[in-house]
Design a protein. Structure first.
Length: 353
């Protein structure tokens, strides 16, 4: 029996699973998927749950129903790579593996800032996004919200909350001179203008010193607010950071050309947990997942896998509410309704495939 365990049913994990199930498999291959939730959750849409513009059921998708795969819905305590097993709080629930795929995603990086973890909301997990949505939804009129971080997540969170709650006072704390520092200046200027027109206060060159229950201290000035949302950086899941393998300067696992951990080549890594020249994204994880599925199909058949081809990303899309957006499409910066429509199309595909 060849026991393959996939931990994490996100964009990368599901592409691997789908790629395997699309092919005839030998009866001696046992596939187990481990996830904390009994459904797939579309993380790129968590900002809509936080803002209350979409019901959480709209970002949930059922896992494939196939007799060749079994599912375990539980919180993993540890990956024991010496004994090759997955450990849970209940010792009886241990799952051994012969081949392991790690796709457990990322979590917030608080950079050691006092109070940040204790007093901020998050959109990094389904549960946390729901908690954030309750906090925003329960605010009284003219409540104050601070979003820390002006990358893609922070922009989408702040703009969606503005569309959902026009009565709220929204502040966006940006570490740089402009929002979305990884994007073209055309997009940066467009988004800056959108925030001005929609009365979102953007504070540049912010250095958050500490966070309290009712406020954020930035450059010696304490901004009083009711809810603080943290979108100021991520790091690989703690399960990955605890592994005894070589990592890059962002604590991501170094992998070879087949997405294998060089020290343990029966372990494959996908998405936010794998060191890459590209920034983390659902698109990147999905493309990696497709390639890992091809590699595993060969390995499980005791064949030599073909070297994966270089990845070709199609661009990045972002939203400014439900009818406006931005993105790099075919390497061309675009703004307005078209990139927002394209983002909706990507969501439609993710729900149905």
């Amino acid at each position: 029996m060849k026991r393959l365990v996939i931990i994490g049913g996100g964009y990368g994990g599901i592409k691997i699973l789908s790629g395997l199930l699309d092919q005839p498999l030998s009866e001696d291959i046992q596939i187990t998927v481990v996830d904390r939730n009994p459904f797939r959750s579309l993380k790129t849409e968590f900002y809509t749950i936080a803002a209350g513009t979409v019901a959480d059921q709209d970002v949930r998708v059922e896992f494939p129903d196939d007799k060749r795969v079994q599912y375990v819905f539980n919180e993993i305590m540890k990956i024991d790579t010496d004994k090759e097993q997955i450990l849970f709080e209940d010792p009886e629930a241990t799952i051994p593996y012969d081949y392991l795929v790690i796709g457990v995603g990322c979590e917030d990086n608080y950079h050691g800032i006092p109070g940040a973890e204790e007093f901020t909301e998050s959109v990094q997990t389904f549960t946390k996004a729901r908690h954030t949505g309750v906090a925003i939804g329960n605010l009284k009129a003219y409540g104050k919200v601070s979003v820390v971080g002006a990358g893609l997540s922070g922009i989408e969170v702040a703009s969606e909350i503005r569309e959902s709650r026009p009565d709220l006072n929204i502040r966006l704390l940006d570490r740089g001179n402009t929002v979305l520092k990884a994007f073209d200046s055309k997009i940066q200027n467009y988004v800056e203008d959108w925030f001005v027109k929609n009365d979102v206060d953007v504070i540049h060159n912010s250095i958050v010193e500490y966070v309290e229950k009712d406020g954020v201290c930035n450059n010696g000035i304490c901004h009083i607010n009711d809810v603080t949302i943290w979108t100021a950086g991520v790091q690989p899941n703690r399960l990955v950071r605890e592994l005894p393998f070589e990592k890059d300067n962002q604590d991501k696992l170094i992998v070879n050309e087949f997405y294998q951990v060089p020290e343990k080549q029966n372990i494959y890594v996908v998405g936010d947990c794998a060191s890459s020249e590209y920034s983390p994204s659902a698109q990147l994880a999905g493309l990696q997942g497709e390639q890992i599925a091809d590699v595993l199909l060969a390995v499980l058949k005791d064949k030599e896998p073909k070297k994966p081809k270089p990845l070709k990303l199609k661009g990045t899309l972002g939203s400014l509410g439900k009818s406006d957006g931005f993105g790099n499409m075919a390497k061309t910066p675009m703004t307005g309704f078209l990139p927002r429509l394209a983002k909706s199309g990507v969501l439609w595909l993710n729900k149905r495939h």
